[in-house]
Design a binder for this molecule. Structure first.
Ligand code: ATP
Ligand code: MG
Length: 504
């Protein structure tokens, strides 16, 4: 008999207009690494929020058992006291506080009701060593990169003697190196007896370290696979309900000679971080071309894109940008939009979307002129366009009037892409367009890219997923420390060649 540390029975949770979980059953064995996978909007995050008390007892129906005992969590601290810790994709650290303050925030080490800072620092240091994070505990969290912050969150969980660690897409924003470190850490923690539940769209990491995988689809439990049954093809089939043989749809090369965008010796200095983020960058984009920007996290790819797009908040720039052969100087993204350039940000939460507004309002924003009649938005037209994108790229939402904040992560990303498309650009910059997107939807986005190219658009694509970048790009530039370190033709664009140039 399996030894289940956690059992969730017949969990049903509804939101207005959506049955997010429909009688879900989910069982996890003690000490295993159990992945939860499924398409965007399948209900993964919701299930974990039910488990951790973010949605309290009474907000859902069904039963949760820990080590055979029924539990009723009314708030997160209840589940924490029972040995659970959830690390959401939106990290919950306080950026202005130090690493050690964050680790012991809300469960301070006290002696006679006074915080014992020496002991706090000492203990924090111990937890940091456990997660192999080599930073000074006195550093502020805002000075750490995303991968390091993720590790601080785990250190915080460990400091509370966590027994079940829940991670919601922890590697979505990590580079390959940091992702690998994180996976290794989970394997280490398993040896110490920590049970881990992890949500991920990266099936490679699922097959690498999972002991079990549970697949959700449309709020239903489809299958639970044990170690010897786990393989990518089976997982994809259960996720999307059919098999996908070709992950990257074919595109006939369409590149024309006409250069639609060019930068010459572009430099950008970012005052906010006191650093030159773009150094002497000269790139070209031809009509009908997908040009990839490869490089490690922090190499300056997004900074280069932003410099082109005219988002010079904190930037001091020099060098030239030409659009259709004409020298331009954008001071504001609206000017770039007018000139036919749209940018879909990697940071959909902060730069891409207005979370409190609904789907249609978000999409409308990039092309109000198209919708306005005598300065007033034509509501009917707005609906028509929003519905068009909802259908075309399959945005899963009960209606286009849904607040974007309430959509699942991957569907927010789709709204962000729709915004870029609605601007009707002829040059589109896609920054990590498939981050947090499920395999089926990735295929839809690749297909969409191919269609846009067919219609004469030109695309700059930034992606940390090298296989995707290699498959989709006609040509690649590699960026390292703000510089273009090389240009690769499709034929020369191999993983190895890119990595050589990315690490110079
Ligand atoms: N607060 C909310 N209000 C209304 N609907 C919600 C809310 N949270 C989630 N939903 C809906 O519930 C469904 C499940 O969402 P959930 O976030 O659990 O998906 P997910 O599997 O985590 O997807 P992703 O891979 O995109 O993160 C979706 O249809 C989503 O739109
Ligand atoms: Mg989610």
């Amino acid at each position: 008999m399996a030894n289940y540390i956690l059992e969730m029975h017949n969990i049903t949770k509804t939101f207005p207009g959506v049955k997010a979980l429909d009688n879900v059953n989910f069982k996890v064995e003690e000490g295993e690494i159990h992945f939860l996978v499924g398409e965007n909007g399948a209900g993964k995050s919701t299930l974990m929020k039910v488990l951790s008390g973010i949605y309290p007892t009474g907000d859902y129906t069904g039963q949760i058992k820990l080590k055979g005992e029924v539990v009723d969590f009314r708030k997160i601290s209840d589940s924490e006291n029972a040995g659970l810790a959830i690390i959401n994709q939106e990290l919950a650290l306080v950026p202005e506080m130090t690493v050690f303050e964050n680790i012991y925030l809300a469960h301070e080490i006290k002696k006679r009701n006074i915080i014992n800072w020496n002991q706090t620092i000492h203990m924090a240091d111990k937890q940091l060593k456990r997660v192999k994070l080599n930073v000074n505990p006195g550093n502020k969290v805002k000075d750490l990169n995303i991968g390091q912050q993720q590790l601080v969150e785990i250190a915080k969980a460990l400091s509370k003697n966590v027994q079940i660690l829940i991670l919601d897409e922890p590697t979505a924003a990590l580079n390959e190196n940091d992702s690998e470190n994180l996976l290794n850490l989970l394997v280490e923690l398993k040896k110490e007896g920590v049970t881990c539940i992890m949500i991920s769209h990266k099936l490679k990491e699922v097959t690498a370290i999972a002991d079990s995988v549970t697949v959700l689809r449309d709020g239903l439990t489809i299958s639970t696979l044990r170690k010897n049954e786990i393989n990518e093809i089976k997982i994809i089939k259960d996720m999307v309900g059919r098999s996908i043989d070709n992950i990257f749809p074919e595109r006939k090369p369409q590149v024309e000679d006409e250069i639609v965008l060019e930068t010459k010796n572009l430099n950008a200095y970012n005052f906010a971080v006191s650093k030159q983020v773009v150094k002497n960058a000269s790139i070209k984009l031809k009509k009908g071309e997908v040009v990839g920007l490869a490089g490690l996290m922090g190499a300056g790819r997004s900074e280069l894109a932003l410099s082109i797009f005219g988002n010079p908040k904190n930037y001091d720039m020099d060098g030239d940008v030409f659009v259709h052969g004409k020298k331009v100087h954008f001071n504001h993204p609206s000017q770039a939009l007018k000139a036919g350039i749209a940018y879909v940000s990697e940071d959909r939460k902060n730069e891409g979307l207005i979370l409190k507004q609904d789907v249609k309002q978000n999409i409308s924003l990039t092309n109000l002129k198209l919708l306005a009649k005598n300065g007033v938005i034509d509501k009917n037209k707005e609906i028509v366009y929003a519905e068009k994108y909802r259908k075309e790229i399959n945005i899963k939402t009960p209606s286009i009037e849904q607040t974007v904040e309430n959509l699942s992560g991957g569907n927010q990303q789709k709204v962000s892409i729709s915004k870029g498309l609605f601007a009707n650009p002829d040059i589109l910059i896609l920054d990590e367009p498939t981050r947090g997107i499920d395999v089926g939807a990735k295929y839809e986005i690749y297909t969409l890219i191919n269609q846009l190219i067919d219609h004469g658009m030109s695309i700059i694509m930034i992606s940390s997923e090298l296989p995707e970048l290699l498959a989709m790009s006609d040509r690649l530039y590699v960026v390292a420390e703000g510089k273009i370190t090389g240009e690769l033709s499709k034929a020369d664009a191999t993983q190895e060649n890119v990595m050589k140039l990315a690490t110079v």
